[in-house]
Design a protein around this ligand. Structure first.
Ligand SMILES: Nc1ncnc2c1ncn2[C@@H]1O[C@H](COP(=O)(O)OP(=O)(O)OP(=O)(O)O)[C@@H](O)[C@H]1O
Ligand SMILES: Nc1ncnc2c1ncn2[C@@H]1O[C@H](COP(=O)(O)OP(=O)(O)OP(=O)(O)O)[C@@H](O)[C@H]1O
Ligand SMILES: [Mg+2]
Ligand SMILES: [Mg+2]
Lengths: 228, 228
């Protein structure tokens, strides 16, 4: 469902060219769970942003269900983002003026889900991440891990075909992390969501059927765990 | 060096009183390393902010070196923050218009360290967190873990008597986390810095001589590892 080919992202900064990603090629099958691991600064968030069309590559292409993102119109990119992608950001990116429940509702407003259904689903998802008791709090009235969980619930709101998660459990204790992992595994097995998930946690990576190791913007190696 | 007595912090939100902290009492000895653990939302960041005088309690008091923070003047609180406390925030809080090196220099400017010395120390600290190659990058030109490391270097700039760290390795891979931990241990053993560190990582907590377990704003138990 995802095919990256020669994907590169270069920046000009500090008087030099930074190769955040350098000719990266890989694929993720439908319903698959790929973990993306590597040292801090190795290019994981950059890669995720490119797949989620939040950024454009310097070179190379990504095919989503066979369709080239490089050749896509702006309209097609927007549709891809809204209808097919759920994104959990490394720094959450919640809307500060909205409550937790309203933040979870936002993607559903963008796909015209009816009001009653949106509210019910938002509360159901917050319940799944153990945050029913914080539904009306705004982001600055929530802890770090609570904000992370609201971001997780929001990403799942539209049952996206493709979930892109950037270190979704970095701010969570092990008990809460387990609850989030169960939710992710459920999406995988019950809704056949395809997942590309950045993690530093070997326990999270252990659930993946493919592990891509990044180092200095390049793929160091790819592990395939085909028995899953 | 730190004595908390009946410390409480209540909020009004979502139509109810949220007891973020509820009558918390504990002490940290000079040169000690206390780990603060607990589930997401249990009150860890709230506690750290109170000890760092970034917030005021609803009730109770904190004594720093025998002096009451509740009775301190605003001038004394500011001095405490600038000269004695190094703070690593859960969401980094770097200044977006300054480079990594300049961000690390800021605390030294506030204590009137000479320019040449500041610059040298900033680069030395960035080197210790393996970020020399990113010294001139701004926060939006850095990865999540790189931003976290800049925040760590900044907190250590003034060799603070008291280091308050809120999940300082949540965004780091294990190799980078080890480098940061070595730096923290060095501060402890060589500079006798007193440390209060929030973590979800048992490997980090394992280095502590005291572990405070928070649950729903209260201390559930305190482990003392006196053989350290
Ligand atoms: N301004 C506020 N208004 C209302 N409630 C708040 C506010 N700030 C924090 N809280 C609540 O207080 C509780 C404690 O928050 P705190 O940030 O200290 O948790 P934490 O232990 O650091 O969690 P995490 O591990 O997720 O970072 C949380 O349940 C949070 O929802
Ligand atoms: N706008 C930018 N300008 C210059 N360099 C950048 C920019 N954004 C990112 N970089 C650099 O690109 C590299 C990859 O960044 P990226 O955010 O993808 O890393 P990461 O693997 O997600 O790291 P982490 O695990 O710390 O989150 C980093 O070394 C970073 O400094
Ligand atoms: Mg990242
Ligand atoms: Mg916190």
């Amino acid at each position: 469902i995802i095919q990256a080919e020669g994907l590169s992202r270069y920046y000009q900064a500090g008087g030099e060219v930074v190769k955040a990603l350098d000719h990266v090629t890989f694929s993720v099958k439908r319903g698959g769970f790929t973990a993306l691991v590597g040292t801090s600064g190795s290019g994981k968030s950059t890669l995720l942003n490119l797949v989620g069309t939040l950024d454009r590559p310097t070179a190379g292409d990504i095919l989503i269900e066979g369709q080239s993102l490089a050749k896509a119109t702006e309209q097609q990119r927007i549709m891809h983002r809204r209808e097919r992608v759920g994104f959990i950001f490394q720094s959450f990116n919640l809307i500060p003026t909205l409550s937790a429940a309203e933040n979870v509702e936002v993607p559903m407003m963008l796909t015209n889900v009816g009001k009653r259904q949106r509210k019910a689903r938002a509360l159901e998802l917050l319940n799944r991440v153990h945050l029913s008791h914080r539904a009306s709090h705004k982001p600055n009235q929530l802890s770090g891990g609570e904000n992370q969980r609201v971001a997780i619930a929001r990403a799942m709101a539209n049952r996206p075909a493709l979930l892109l998660a950037d270190e979704p459990t970095g701010n969570l204790d092990s008990k809460t992390e387990t609850a989030v992992l169960e939710l992710l595994i459920e999406l995988l097995t019950q809704d056949q969501v395809t997942m590309l998930l950045v993690t530093h946690d070997p326990q999270v990576a252990a659930h993946a059927d493919q592990i891509i190791h990044l180092l200095d913007g390049q793929i160091e190696r790819i592990e395939s765990l085909s028995q899953k």
